[in-house]
Ligand binder design. Structure first.
Ligand code: SF4
Length: 100
């Protein structure tokens, strides 16, 4: 699959930078354990995205249009892939390891 086609909502020349993402992640809601997953879960979600054929430019989910480094922080959000929730699969790996 061609992961370099543009997002429907953005100009093809637009790329969000690490600096912009990090600035967004400084917002108070991203510091809240009430709203955010653990650091371990966050890394697992990002790893799941990094191996996904729907990730564009390392930042953008082609299904929902989100910046995964932002969305993956939030407990209330889930992977956008229909019928193949890669974040849930990553979490299931943690839960299975904890039950052993
Ligand atoms: S949120 Fe899900 S569908 Fe989107 S890039 Fe990440 S793993 Fe892929």
């Amino acid at each position: 699959m061609d992961n370099h086609r543009g997002c429907k909502g953005c100009e093809s020349s637009y790329h969000v930078t690490d600096q912009q993402i990090n600035r967004m992640l400084q917002a108070p809601m991203f510091q809240s354990p009430e709203h955010c997953v653990t650091d371990e879960m966050y890394q697992l979600r990002l790893t799941a995205c990094s191996g996904c054929d729907k990730l564009m430019n390392g930042t953008t989910c082609l299904i929902c249009g989100c910046i995964v480094q932002i969305t993956a922080k939030l407990k209330a959000r889930s992977c956008a892939k229909p019928g193949d929730d890669r974040w849930e699969a990553a979490a299931a790996g943690i839960w299975a390891a904890e039950e052993r």
